[in-house]
Ligand binder design. Structure first.
Ligand SMILES: Nc1ncnc2c1ncn2[C@@H]1O[C@H](COP(=O)(O)OP(=O)(O)O)[C@@H](O)[C@H]1O
Ligand SMILES: [Mg+2]
Length: 284
């Protein structure tokens, strides 16, 4: 079932810049979605439509089958269901301490003190920041701030979590840790939508990949089909995932079977190892 749908959404900024130009896209409940596209292709504008920060000038959005309700109450409800993590944590965090910042949303929802406390500690635990509740936000590293932003959104118990370029600015170790956090959220049933430039990451991680270009979603593909449908990427000037590229070359040289296409380097290496192993056996 579709949790979020955009139907032919158009939006231009006051200076005339086109943010979205007839964008249609569907996000299924419980899936991991990556939005891939060059700078300026409309990813952030699309995200700001997902929780009603921006409103389409034409076209429409539906959440859980119903047209978005832009009344005060409707937006309040939508924002408790759709959590947004901005690209720059400094634009999201505004309280002095971690605890205070993560509490802000649940307090605003009007929850009682015990529930707020429980939600805050669960959210901090989920992002691996349980020990940092008392810390001052301004002393945290970039990666830690990013986690606090996610905790703040998680404390609202959203159904859909939207993350704008969450990997940008994280080093390799932080990315790996961050992936574990995302996996944990997905396992809890939270639907995930994130923007990224990194096709290798998108291919490895996502169930579905949406290709953005010039304010439109040019194609939505299952990640498992990406290897077969690489032309959709090339048409937009995007390169294929490295693993797919390597696998294609090795298959063309007869060193590997064309299928299955590996999703990760580890899978590619395992295929090579098993092929070599099979060759060793036949040589004996
Ligand atoms: N606040 C803004 N005012 C004017 N134009 C904007 C604004 N934000 C984005 N745009 C323009 O809208 C288009 C889409 O931008 P954006 O949604 O930020 O793309 P992305 O996130 O994919 O880089 C670009 O042409 C960009 O210059
Ligand atoms: Mg952006």
């Amino acid at each position: 079932m579709n949790l979020l749908e955009l139907d032919n959404v158009c939006f231009s900024y006051p200076d005339g810049s086109v943010g979205l130009n007839g964008c249609s896209l569907a996000i299924q409940r419980g899936t991991r979605n990556a939005l891939i596209g060059a700078n300026g292709s409309g990813k952030t504008t699309l995200f700001q439509h997902c929780n009603g920060l921006l409103r389409p000038q034409s076209g429409r959005l539906r959440y859980a089958g119903a047209a978005l309700d832009y009344s005060r109450g409707g937006l309040r409800q939508l924002r408790s269901q759709v959590g947004m993590v901005f690209q720059n944590p400094d634009h999201q965090l505004f309280s002095a301490s971690v605890q205070e910042d993560v509490s802000f949303g649940p307090i605003n929802l009007g929850l009682d003190e015990a529930t707020v406390r429980r939600r805050v500690s669960e959210a901090l635990y989920a992002v691996g920041m349980a020990d940092c509740a008392e810390r001052a936000v301004h002393n945290l590293s970039f990666g830690q701030k990013k986690r606090v932003c996610i905790a703040g959104v998680l404390a609202m118990q959203p159904e859909l979590l939207v993350l704008d370029e969450p990997m940008a600015g994280l080093d390799h170790r932080m990315r790996t840790e961050f992936l574990a956090v995302l996996d944990g959220l997905h396992a809890q049933g939270i639907t995930l939508l994130l923007a990224t430039h990194d096709i290798d990451f998108a291919y490895r991680w996502a169930d579905r990949i949406h290709l953005m270009a010039a304010g439109q979603c040019a194609a939505s593909l299952d990640a498992t089909d990406l290897a077969e449908k690489g032309d959709a990427l090339s048409a937009l000037g995007l390169s294929l995932p490295t693993v797919v590229e390597l696998h294609r070359r090795l298959a063309a040289q007869g060193l590997l079977a064309k299928r299955p296409a590996p999703r990760t380097h580890a899978e590619l290496l395992a295929l090579l190892d098993s092929t070599n192993h099979a060759k060793d056996e036949t040589c004996r």
